[in-house]
Design a protein around this ligand. Structure first.
Ligand code: HCB
Length: 215
């Protein structure tokens, strides 16, 4: 029953069914499925299929854009539910969230930001395509707080930008003031170790747990 609903959600993304995806998401929430499970077991696997098809030349940009639109429609129901979650009264710290320069993929970034907020972080959301200088300025501005930097990169090119950013953070002398969690589909623990960040996470729920542990 549950599995069937996840399968339907996944297919709604794959088939770029914008209305259907929205309605199925609402139905699933009304039926008591958790918003996180809907994202992790339904919508995201669908996006993965679309991405793989694009890579193999079986799908084209307009199709990815429509699939993203379907996911964004679903998010209109998911995000308010995530914001209720956690129920953490105590503030954990401040999270500066952003997507690496050159990269406009924002669906995962928004999910991670929402989950951190729901779990007690005050948020400074810098949005997408953020230049390194802006990130450095924001760390400098907030360095007297308990601070977590949360960056996303969805492409191999923007992932390489994370290395440059880590170098700049060290050179500018603010590394000790901030914990750094970097993620996005191509990011691995090996990469995190190589560039000297503190952690990564597979998905938004894990990002909240990891973020809290870092504080
Ligand atoms: Co886009 N795209 N795209 N795309 N796209 C990818 C990312 C490819 C992998 C597809 C492929 O080829 N297989 C590919 C990158 C290849 C590479 O470099 N390895 C790619 C490409 C090439 C491009 C363009 C260059 C295409 C073109 O124009 N020719 C272009 C780039 C534009 C740019 O950024 N400058 C482009 C454009 C687009 C859109 C606009 C059509 C659309 C984005 C819409 C939007 O975000 N508003 C899009 C989409 C949707 C995708 C795929 C299909 C899905 C991404 C997504 O939303 N996933 C993606 C394929 C894929 O990733 N497999 C494809 C769902 C979310 C929930 O997952 O991984 O983003 P997530 O986030 C997770 C997780 O990583 C983690 O938690 C999140 C929530 O669970 N997480 C963190 C994320 N950030 C974290 C930070 C932390 O600290 C911790 C955890």
């Amino acid at each position: 029953e549950k599995e069937e609903q996840f399968e339907k959600l996944k297919n709604a993304i794959i088939n770029q069914d914008i209305e259907g995806c929205k309605n199925l998401t609402k139905e699933a929430l009304d039926a008591g499925l958790s918003p996180i499970e809907i994202v992790n077991k339904g919508l995201t696997p669908g996006m993965k299929v679309v991405g793989d098809r694009f890579e193999n030349g079986e799908a084209f940009l307009p199709q990815i854009m429509m699939a993203a639109k379907a996911m964004q429609g679903a998010m209109e129901y998911i995000e308010p539910e995530l914001e209720k979650g956690g129920g953490e009264e105590e503030r954990v710290g401040t999270a500066i969230t952003f997507v690496q320069e050159g990269d406009i993929h924002d669906i995962g970034h928004r999910l991670v930001t929402t989950m951190l907020q729901a779990n007690g972080f005050d948020i400074v959301d810098l949005g997408t395509d953020v230049p390194d200088d802006t990130v450095l300025e924001e760390i400098e501005k907030n360095k007297d707080k308990k601070l977590l930097l949360v960056g996303s990169a969805l492409m191999t090119t923007s992932m390489l930008g994370q290395k440059e950013l880590m170098n700049l953070i060290r050179e500018s002398g603010v590394r000790d003031y901030v914990k750094i969690m970097l993620g996005g589909a191509p990011v691995t623990q090996k990469w995190i170790d190589e560039i000297g960040a503190d952690a990564t996470a597979e998905n938004a729920a894990e990002a909240a747990r990891v973020g809290i542990n870092l504080m």
